[in-house]
Design a protein around this ligand. Sequence first.
Ligand code: SF4
Length: 458
Amino acid sequence: MASAMTDPDLIARYDGRLPRYTSYPTAPHFHGGVGAAEYAEWLSALPPEAAISLYLHVPFCDRLCLYCGCHTTVAHHERPKRLYAQALAREIGLLANALGRKALVTQIHWGGGTPTALPGDCLEGLMNLIRERFRVAPGAEIAIEIDPAALPAEKLDALAGMGLTRASLGVQDFEERVQKTIGRMQSFDETLDAAIMLRKLGVRSINLDLIYGLPHQTEASVVHTARQALELEPDRAAVFGYAHVPWMKKHQALIPEAALPVGAARLQQEAAIRKVLAEEGGLVPVGLDHYARPEDEMAKAAQTGKLQRGFQGYTTDLAPVLIGLGASAIGALPQGYVQNQPNIPAYEAVVAQGHFPVSRGIVLRDEDRLRRAVIERIMCDLAVDIPAMARAFGAGEQVLLADAAPLSGFAEDGLVDWDGRRVTVTERGRPFVRNVAALFDAYLRQADNTKPCHASAV
Ligand code: SF4
């Protein structure tokens, strides 16, 4: 059987616009029927011993990379950033008051945007406030996303005071032609310096983000970038396919579409990076797009079926509650998902009035929980036993097995092993794991698929 990368018919059949399944139901299905009142009720119903994870979103950057799919804005002045930090502090206070106790926090993730766009004293002040209002577990993971080109020396003291344990450095690609086209100039030395400085601050784990499918990338160029990335001795790496969605992210329209690799070329780039990271770097592939040192807890979680999938991609975080703080941040609670107001002034205004800035969300039904578990195991373990999962949720298996009917065709194409009960994604099928997961997405079938809202599956 030909490799998936060299079979254009296969790519044509399975290429479509599919979610990345960082949640189920996925964010496009959140709605305005869930708001601040529901969120407050959900928080007050949490068991006192429930551990929580915090995600703090900082929607500012010093530059706008043309490929960016994040919720962010370019801000050069300090005032809007300080106002935003005040709003974050207010939201932290609202949360602590609603919980009515010093809840146990096992993970804190600063994302964006560029978290270090906030003034250093704001970053430190917010961390101190979190430690004051919550019980941060000894050994809690405190992670931050770093733009190596936006790490001025005066921020280092603040970062040192935050007790960071993990940093995620955006690399994407080291080739100058690619960097110029995507508006993100960043030398290898700059990135190396950032990694060295962060390690000196006590950050014990460095993650690198790489992207394939960017304009002008070739198989040879991504191999070169991956080899340079290994020189930084990362503990983890994440390799994402560029999602070209200019109808949602207007600045992406400035990327010349003719320079974008498509279909088989994207798959070949992904496979080439994978080979370098795994075979030359000794990193263990984790799920669809992550890599970790064999001794890293993420690699261990993947081997023991404990890997989780959340809004930041793969994670080892087992906390049953994720609280999103900041404009556009998403929270995941046992009762459902909530998303904050994405507009920064509107977010700040609502918080200033003493209300949770939730603008939409979704209540989880029993069927959603079962389908979410099936999709999460496919995305994390690349395998799931459907009747066993249905039993674990006290549900019948018939509906899921009916959804699984197309797997016979997937098996004929060599993408999965399927015995009518358990599906395992094969190595050939690994790039198509989202196609397998999507079979169990009841919302996708109901969606108006004439409106593109997801990125290409391949
Ligand atoms: S630094 Fe990151 S978040 Fe900011 S524009 Fe670039 S890719 Fe987007």
